[in-house]
Design a binder for this molecule. Structure first.
Ligand SMILES: Cc1ncc(C[n+]2csc(CCOP(=O)(O)OP(=O)(O)O)c2C)c(N)n1
Length: 941
């Protein structure tokens, strides 16, 4: 016997069958049994060199063929599914045709259905019938694409779900009527907008109308199974329709926004309100009982950037933080839904970063439901210009996410996909993707001419009936509707919109969510001192370890030292890490939960934090901030994956969803923050002015020129400062452990009263520097100071000619310099907070020096970086005609720092020398810039 075309892998399958037959002849069907009775495995030719003649008894050949055919349909059936509503034929695959296996339908009819297996076999009388049913499941208007799912239980479940049809919606008269009503509403909304505001951009959903009923299905299904929060993220396409119909944003408000109203001066100037275009707006709705919520955060134009934000929001929505210990997350309570573009999903890297979060501790949400609203175009770009994968959804395969491609013109198939998605997610707590394949009825926006680039496609679209029209025709043919009833439904929905439009009073209807800033005087202020006794109790609590826990020797010694750091109240025993831990612990003791994430944060990049100890014998972990006796809220800490945009977006979302939690993200080195620049620009610094959000996310960004080269020196403070507008961000570069302690406590205290994102430029080598250490009394008294005067210079204020203003690490370089001792005419004042500019505090300090000739801003960053360009106009205004203003910096440069440590030291020394040289002159050739920008003293006196 020869296996003919079933060599190789298929031979293996025959052998398996044969072994089964040998063990138990009854375990294979009668025909296979008969064939094997006259066959031996020695007849297998593993590598036939000449064409083999197929003299296989038909039954064995057919048995093998039938099983492989069934398997191929399950794996590759989607390649033959009619997924394009515009009729492009599927690419197909030879493995799906009976003929490819050298068998006929007649052969299949002689074989039992059990060879095909699964639910279809149970209701079929032959393999032929079962295969036909499989084809209807896998090759119709749904393409089940799950063969890449590795977990057998999941694959079996998916297979059974697809083949049993148990998620196929019962299109009984009531649900049919409801569906027709819904898609009529969706279509009429777009048509009304087109008629009322012709050509105005709205990014119509038309061509993907089923998106709305699918979201209905997902949201109600999730709510039925206990999800309290659904968070939906989506871009422009179909957003207005989803806002109106899923988020229940009033028609009147949407219509008023089409009139582009100009808001009052108070909103624009006093409160910094800028607003955003209507198709970026967010909304939130709750069920009539108030038990379930659907939220759609606002969205910037930057496609897919909202993905991690939504996932972070969903994580926060399912997290309980009011108990000490780790935060408790319940996946059943929350559901993230992300709607992607078919060009953006494969194109934007943040998609992969977000998918990578899906199963990670601290980031997992119990599964996101993804829908690609696939209109087969990205603006003008075609699929072959947009992705290298076979489908727009290809990336999801690598994450083992089940994918269902579905033709958007088949309502029942679309609803089945939606049901399958939430059932799978609920059961396996993993992501699911629906590739909803439709078309785009108009241009990219409604003023755009699509026929310039897609003439053939748009000829087809012009003649293509809408999904509502097709569905209505079917119902009319079935006698379930009449042309008149269908038309009445259209009129009814027009009527509602017309009424809303007629009642429109734009200024009154529009209520932008403008947050009021804290009242003047109260902004940024909080009592943050912690009595020494309380600190001692907390510190003692932190030192209590689980019985028998074996610490690493070095860390054990560190813990020993920690025990006594509060004993002597006026000795500098508090270093940066101790201040941070005491700040965190006291915040937790005050009942404010904390979430701290970033690359390697558990230990700290510079091995200073050790928030998580590892038992050197058992590997068990111990987190003192989760177990100390005084804690009254949760402490969450996670080493993040190696991502910036994804994880910062996630923390932003977490933060806005749970504004009462102190959410902190730490960069490995500050410069890596630029990997998240879109999140910073589009969300962190601007979301208040655009959307009325009030983030309070904290960024810890190691910063300072220490000779580590261009990439490990600067957290690029200039980028944050360029976006600073007084009421959107705080940027701090503080110089002592106590300042850091008060700063963290202030941020926690202001979460509700005066929330703003906080950027802290944190030390690296200075983490353990004695000049940065503080006394316990400095924690027990006082508060964060935005400006720190030079106490020594203040004693001799009348002889001070130059005041050097600086921030952060360069201050330590100055005071550690041997030139400091002889510089009696120079004072060194620290600007601990760069933004909002501490005008009042700095003026008070300047007022104390009446003989000043010059204020110098000293920074170690190049002239075009650091804080100089932010400070310059503010210092000019403040100093006015008091004296001159000078700056000292590295020379203007394309790169933040020198690439050599020795070169760095030379430049750094020059900077310091220049600060102490009263006869300073421009030193362009030295790599350092020292320049008086004007001499107001001379010109204005
Ligand atoms: C990050 C980013 N790059 C470029 C653009 C400009 N842009 C807006 S829509 C669009 C096409 C998007 O295509 P697709 O993802 O398929 O969504 P569709 O508009 O077709 O629904 C482009 C390139 C953008 N908004 N965001």
């Amino acid at each position: 016997m020869s296996l003919g075309r079933f060599g190789g892998v298929n031979a293996g399958y025959v052998l398996e069958l044969y072994e089964r037959f040998q063990r138990d002849p009854e375990s294979v069907d009668a025909e296979t049994r008969a064939a094997f009775e006259h066959w031996s495995p020695t007849e297998l030719d593993p590598a036939p060199t000449t064409p083999v003649v197929d003299n296989t008894p038909a039954s064995v050949h057919a048995v093998v063929a039938a099983t492989i055919l069934a398997d191929s349909i399950r794996r590759y059936g989607h390649l033959a599914a009619q997924l394009d509503p515009l009729g492009a034929p599927p690419i197909g695959d030879p493995s799906l045709s009976t003929e490819s296996y050298g068998i006929t339908d007649e052969d299949l009819k002689r074989l039992p259905a059990s060879l095909v297996g699964g639910p279809v076999a149970e209701t079929s009388s032959s393999a032929f019938e079962a295969i036909e049913k499989l084809r209807r499941v896998y090759c119709s208007s749904t393409g089940f694409d799950y063969s890449h799912v590795f977990v057998p239980e999941e694959r079996d479940w998916l297979r059974h779900a697809a083949e049993s049809g148990r998620f196929w919606p019962p299109l009984d008269p009531e649900s049919t009527q409801a569906l027709l009503d819904r898609i009529t509403q969706v279509e009429v909304f777009e048509r009304f907008l087109q008629r009322t505001f012709p050509g105005k951009t709205r990014f119509s959903v038309e061509g993907l109308d089923m998106l709305v009923p699918m979201l209905d299905e997902i949201i109600s299904g999730a709510a039925d199974t206990g999800a309290r929060h659904t968070v939906i993220g989506m871009a422009h396409r179909g957003r207005l329709n989803v806002l109106a119909h899923v988020l229940e944003k009033p028609y009147a408000q949407i219509l008023a926004e089409f009139k582009d109203p100009v808001l009052t001066e108070r909103l624009r100037i006093d409160l910094g309100w800028m607003g955003d275009v209507k198709y970026h707006a967010g909304a939130r709705t709750s069920s009539p009982t108030g038990h379930t919520f659907v939220t759609m955060p606002p969205n910037p134009s930057h496609l897919e950037a909202v993905n991690p934000v939504v996932v972070g929001m969903a994580r926060a929505a399912g997290t309980v933080t009011d108990q000490p210990g780790p935060a408790r997350f319940s996946s059943a309570a929350t559901l993230p839904v992300l709607i992607h573009g078919d060009a953006a999903f494969p194109g934007q890297g943040i998609v992969a970063e977000t998918l990578n979060l899906s199963l990670l501790d601290g980031y997992d949400t119990g599964g996101t439901i993804h829908i690609i609203s696939n209109n087969q175009l990205g603006f003008t770009a075609t699929p072959d210009q947009s992705y290298s994968t076979s489908y727009a959804s290809g990336l999801a395969r690598g994450f083992k996410i089940p994918i269902v491609h579905v033709n958007a013109d088949d309502p029942a198939a679309c609803l089945e996909a939606a049901r399958l998605a939430w059932e799978y997610r609920g059961r396996f707590q993993r992501d699911f993707l629906i590739d909803l394949i439709g078309y785009r009825r108009h241009g990219h926006n409604e003023g755009d001419e699509p026929a310039f680039t897609q003439p053939l496609m748009y000829k087809k679209i012009a003649a293509h009936p809408t999904v509502r029209e097709q569905f209505a025709r079917t119902l009319i043919a079935q006698g379930a509707q009449t042309p008149a009833s269908v038309e009445a439904l259209v009129k009814q929905h027009y009527g509602v919109l017309e009424e809303a439009f007629a009642s429109l009073k734009p200024e009154e209807d529009l209520e932008p969510p403008v947050p009021e800033p804290a009242p003047p005087g109260a902004a940024g202020r909080a009592e943050t001192a912690v009595p020494i006794e309380r600190l001692r109790q907390i510190n003692e609590g932190l030192q209590a370890a689980p019985p028998g826990f074996v610490f690493h020797k070095k860390l054990e010694r560190g813990r020993e030292r920690r025990k006594s750091i509060l004993d002597k109240t006026s000795e500098r025993t508090i270093d940066w890490a101790a201040a941070e831990e005491l700040a965190f612990a006291s915040i937790l003791a005050d009942g404010v939960p904390i979430r701290l994430t970033g690359e390697d944060v558990e230990r700290g990049t510079f091995s200073h934090r050790h928030a998580v100890f590892h038992d050197v014998e058992t590997g068990a972990t111990f987190v003192p901030l989760q177990t100390f006796a005084q804690a009254s809220a949760s402490f969450e800490i996670h080493n993040s994956p190696l991502s910036e945009a994804g994880v910062v977006g996630f923390e932003f979302g977490y933060n806005i969803q749970d504004p009462n939690c102190l959410v902190i993200w730490e960069a490995q080195y500050g410069d890596f923050i630029n990997g998240a620049q879109v999140i910073i620009d589009q969300f962190v610094t601007s979301s208040r002015a655009k959307w009325g959000l009030q983030p309070s996310l904290v960024f810890l960004l190691p910063h300072g020129h220490e000779g580590q080269g261009p990439e490990h020196s600067s957290a690029r403070p200039e980028r944050f400062l360029q976006s600073a507008a007084d009421i959107n961000i705080r940027v701090v570069n503080c110089t002592t452990a106590a300042q850091y302690f008060h700063l963290l406590r202030r941020q926690a205290a202001l979460l509700q009263r005066d929330p703003l994102p906080l950027v802290v430029l944190t030390p690296k080598s200075l983490l353990r520097h004695p000049l940065v250490a503080s006394t316990p009394m400095e924690l027990a008294e006082g508060r964060f100071r935005s400006v720190i005067d030079d106490q020594e210079a203040r004693q001799r204020a009348s002889s001070v000619r130059r005041l050097v203003l600086c921030s952060g690490k360069v201050y330590v370089d100055l005071v550690a310099s041997e030139r400091r001792a002889s510089a009696s005419q120079i004072g060194i004042v620290r600007l601990e907070q760069l933004a909002p500019f501490p005008r009042v505090a700095l003026r008070e300090v300047l007022d104390g020096y009446t003989t000043l000739e010059e204020v110098v801003w000293l920074q170690e960053e190049p002239e075009n970086m650091g804080a100089w360009e932010w400070l310059r106009p503010q210092l000019e205004e403040l100093i006015a005609d008091r004296c001159s203003l000078r700056y000292i910096s590295r020379a203007r440069s394309a790169s933040p720092s020198e690439g050599s440590a020795a070169w760095h030291q030379i430049t750094q020394r020059k900077l310091v020398d220049e600060a102490f040289s009263l006869d300073a002159r421009p030193l362009a050739e030295s790599g350092v810039r020292s320049k008086a920008i004007h001499n107001l003293t001379a010109s204005k006196r």
